[in-house]
Ligand binder design. Structure first.
Ligand code: AMP
Length: 305
């Protein structure tokens, strides 16, 4: 089953303790689509400006991502400038230039109508609502967001959360949105909006999944080299949704397995700047790391003392 995604396709300028990159390919929809494309077909809805290079469009096409919904508008592409200290879990936004995103009004191409899986990647929540209202066949809808939108459009974000099945946000944002320091209490407040499953991303500490009746914890893959965490969240979401759309299994067991595939994909992405690692990644490498992940989290459950 194909996935429809709306989000940003961007230029990122980044600084980590290990190096700098200026105006490289980034954006929530870019990372998501690339990751999901390892599992299923992806229909992309996003906007870029006149300055967006053809080479990056070709890269998306090479991953078999449909770019029929990638609009090119007069003006400049969305540009995010961010910085990380030695704590790579928290990005510090230095500048956000919405550019063409400020006037973007998405129109879903007719061919996208059949997508039953919809991912509302990090973007203006009003655009997330707009896409949701056009995606008539979506039967599983998930969303992400970030501090920028929590501060500037909290009411629109609440409307999004009231309508999605799954929310995938990072721990700082869960705390900021709910004004709760404790993550279990924060999760309860978010689930109370009607979200079925909440996945809280905790950077190098992995993820926590809450669905009202069970909690699942997955570690992050222990890596010696974490170079650039940008896009880890979107890459996680791409692996997670890609796996769900591929199997159609949205049971608790299916969701847990999808979380591990998401974690595997994110673990590759952080090994290099921008999408450099994802460009070289092969599916056998994904399978191999998935197996390592299984042994990493396995224990026998011997009788308790
Ligand atoms: P993450 O997976 O959270 O690291 O997402 C990183 C990506 O989010 C970067 O490639 C940015 O281009 C993109 N981004 C940064 N700020 C925003 C924003 N306010 N809205 C949408 N996308 C953003």
């Amino acid at each position: 089953m194909s996935i429809l995604v709306v989000g940003t396709v961007a230029f990122d300028s980044l600084e980590t303790p290990f190096g700098k990159a200026d105006a490289v390919l980034g954006g929530s929809a870019t990372y998501f689509s690339t990751s999901a494309s390892f599992f299923t077909d992806v229909n992309l809805v996003a906007v870029v400006g006149e300055d967006f290079p053809e080479e990056s469009v070709e890269f998306l096409k090479s991953r078999n991502i449909s770019i029929e919904g990638l609009e090119r508008m007069p003006g400049k592409t969305f540009h995010w400038k961010g910085k990380y200290g030695y704590d790579l879990n928290e990005a510090q936004t230095l500048e956000t230039h919405l550019n063409v995103l400020a006037d973007f009004r998405p129109q879903l191409p007719a061919g996208y109508a059949e997508s039953e899986y919809l991912f509302l990647a990090n973007i203006d929540p009003d655009l997330q609502l707009e896409v949701m209202s056009q995606a008539k066949n979506a039967r599983l809808v998930a969303c992400d967001t970030m501090n920028f939108w929590i501060s500037s459009k909290p009411d629109s974000l609440t409307k999004v959360l009231q309508r999605v099945d799954i929310a995938i946000i990072n721990e700082g944002e869960a705390r900021q949105y709910t004004q709760e320091a404790n993550l279990v209490k924060a999760a309860k407040k978010i689930l109370a909006h009607g979200v079925n499953t909440l996945i809280i991303k905790r950077g190098e500490y992995g993820v926590l999944m809450f669905n009202g009746s069970s909690v699942f914890a997955a570690p992050a893959y222990p890596l010696e080299q974490v170079f650039d965490p940008t896009g880890a969240g979107d890459t996680f979401a791409g692996g997670f949704m890609g796996y769900l759309a591929n199997t159609g299994d949205t049971s608790d067991a299916g969701i847990r397995q999808a979380i591990i595939f998401g974690s595997v994909m994110a673990s590759f992405n952080v090994e290099d700047f921008s999408l450099e690692r994802m460009k070289k990644l092969t599916y056998p490498e994904v399978e191999e790391r998935f197996r390592h992940f299984k042994s990493l989290t396995h224990f026998e459950g011997l009788p308790v003392l």
